[in-house]
Design a protein. Structure first.
Length: 90
């Protein structure tokens, strides 16, 4: 998977503003890793199932995740960021 461009949904931006600064800093580091090597083991990238089929998740920490969708043109759309329970809100 080649990462050309990452876009941010408005919900992602809102959620990120409410996170602790330390988590945002880690998310920025993970995004850089994701751009360089989307299959890096530290990201724990996985495809979601059920109602979230078609979406994927990467781990920021053991508790925090970024949920994204790969667009048809190859862009990545970051949809949501937060604790593991963000899956319930999608």
């Amino acid at each position: 998977m080649i990462i050309v461009r990452i876009l941010y949904a408005s919900t992602f931006v809102k959620e990120a503003r409410n996170l602790p600064h330390a988590i945002v800093a880690l998310a920025i580091k993970k995004e850089k890793i994701f751009k360089e090597n989307p299959l890096h083991p530290s990201l724990r990238l996985h495809v979601l199932q059920g109602n979230l089929k078609g979406l994927r998740s990467i781990s920021i920490t053991g508790s925090y995740r970024i949920i994204f969708e790969r667009q048809k043109n190859g862009d990545i759309l970051f949809i949501s960021i937060g604790k593991h329970d963000i899956y319930k809100n999608l």
